[in-house]
Design a protein around this ligand. Structure first.
Ligand code: GRF
Length: 206
């Protein structure tokens, strides 16, 4: 069965680009990139989605709406493009909003996120700066299922990235981002091939 994919972004959209590129090249199969949604009208990723990949790119502005009041507008756009809780997949890719419990419950275990640290270390904003400030020697990135907490859902894949002595936030972020672009498409591929099994907090790749 083809999985209809919806990607939510707020900005640059480089992870979105990596996922769409992997679909276009045939690395990810059984998947239709159905819609890209941004809460920000000026998100650079919108143009990449529509012009480079011909994927419908929609803006759902927040207009001060919070929680489910906002999310139900996003869900309506997802559903209109066939990204349903039964057969869809939603990828958060730099989507700078915390999604509501109602959204999470509707799309149970069908929403993925990428975080630029090795969770559960350094959740939330500025994960790369948190890692530098703490002084860890290794950080990385994590693709995980979204649950009702912040960056707290079951971990699907992780990749370690070394912290170098001369690193500033920009240099470290760039080194992590390179790995994000490998890891996120790989997790989407495994999901779309039906190879991910969740047992409590543990995710098994079969
Ligand atoms: C990435 O670092 C991702 O890990 C985090 O937000 C950033 C999004 O970058 N969640 P991009 O929009 O995919 O380029």
């Amino acid at each position: 069965m083809t999985i209809n994919l919806g990607i939510l972004i707020s900005g640059r959209g480089s992870n979105m680009d990596a996922i769409l590129g992997a679909i276009k090249s045939g690395r990810i199969k059984n998947t239709k990139p159905s819609v890209v949604i941004s809460n920000k009208p000026d998100a650079a990723g919108l143009k990449i989605a529509s012009e480079k990949y011909g994927v419908p790119a929609k803006v759902v502005p927040a207009d001060g709406l919070k929680g489910w009041d906002y999310d139900q507008k996003v869900v309506a756009v997802l559903q209109a493009h066939g990204v349903t809780p039964q057969s869809g997949l939603v990828c958060l890719a730099g989507f700078m909003r915390i999604i509501s419990p109602e959204f999470v419950r509707q799309y149970k275990m069908r929403i993925l996120n990428i975080h630029p640290a090795l969770l559960p270390s350094f959740p939330g904003l500025h994960a790369q700066k948190q890692a530098l400030d703490y002084g860890v020697k290794v950080t990385g990135c994590t693709v995980h299922f979204v649950d009702e907490g912040v960056d707290s859902g079951p971990v699907i894949l992780q990749k370690a990235v070394p912290v170098m002595e001369g690193d500033d936030e920009e240099a470290l972020s760039a080194r992590i981002l390179e790995q994000e672009h490998q890891l996120y498409p790989e997790a989407v591929r495994l999901f779309c091939e039906g190879r991910i099994k969740v047992q409590g907090r543990r995710v098994l790749v079969t």
